[in-house]
Design a protein around this ligand. Sequence first.
Ligand code: NDP
Length: 399
Amino acid sequence: MSKVLIIGAGGVGRVVTHKCAQAKDVFTAITLASRTRSKCDAIAAEILHFPINTAQVDADQVPELVDLILQEKPQLVLNVALPYQDLSIMEACLKTGVDYLDTANYEPPETAKFEYSWQWAYQDRFREKGLMALLGSGFDPGVTNVYTALAAKKYLDEVQEIDIIDANAGSHGQPFATNFNPEINIREVTAPCRHWENGRWVETPALATRRSFDFPEGIGPMNIYRMYHEEMESLVKHIPTIKKAQFWMTFSDNYLKHLEVLQNVGMTRIDEVEYQGQKIVPLQFLKAVLPDPGSLGPLTKGRTCIGVIARGLKDGQRKQVYIYNICDHEACYKEVNSQAISYTTGVPAVVGAMMMLTGKWRGAGVFNMEQFDPEPFLETLAAMGLATEVLDGGEWPEL
Ligand code: NDP
């Protein structure tokens, strides 16, 4: 019997609920809770073959979470609300003795700064209680960590450099929209870039470094921009042979043009401003007027390609391996009413939960994805809809 409590009924929450309901052999009961219960009910109504309980919860409030967990008695809490709620949900799991999983690391609302220190600080408390917390079980972070672990296990004796490359080669046809929560997306994209080089972080201005990369399987060349991404922090800690780690993402000229204007006029600010006697945060107001990422599902066409180029040594020779997944927006929508960005996040969250609940990945404490055996995870990931492709020994230019 594996009962799960899913918190967050946004784009990712929809995919997680659908996919848990598909894996009946592992998940025997599912509760979906979020700030707005009607959104949970709408998702539950899409899933006719499995009863989904729904509940309302403010996940910023530990006592509310504790009450809900004690009432539902899950084995695992799957946190797919926002990064702001990570610590309160971890606290509630500790108080109730339940395992924890999320897809994005904690960010304090008042600073656009994301790092693992706040969640790694829970290590001793989870270990002492014999509980497990799995951090960053989405695609990036998440599968990209597992791909790097696979490169280290199977293809290279020593991983020395990684380039994590995230392409959305799809289009939703909207003048400006983000593929996941606009507030979190814009905070991430506008933050200063950091990459790892020779044992230290090197900071450069946001989106200042651009390259062209020729994506496989007919996607072709696209502009990629270097930015900071959280999985680099845990990867260089747990795989210390990595001397250089960079993260790259595609952005269309149109997205960048809109973002620049929004930044210039102050709409991406995260501090409070006074408006008609009321305090508002411009970025939160912007979120309210932008398209809901969940509404992009039926509009989005094309594919995503997210993967890792790992370079290093094999049998004393320098070698490269490119490990990636390609996912089709329309196929995702057909299956679970969501575009590929939510799908590629939600499916690995469910697979991470399956690893924990079946005991294939177990431990007491706080863990990142690369700390476990990558192969059972990737086998299940493929069975759940996200296949892994490997180009072993190719020649890709240094980025
Ligand atoms: P959405 O904004 O679509 O959904 C977030 C959900 O969380 C909403 O249902 C929202 O409720 C709910 N929520 C927010 N605050 C609270 C609260 N205080 N209490 C209870 N529920 C709350 O976001 P996404 O689904 O796009 O993203 C979900 C998570 O996935 C985010 O943390 C995001 O960073 C992460 N992510 C990770 C990726 C990866 O590859 N690792 C990629 C993409 C996303 P309401 O509807 O009332 O606002």
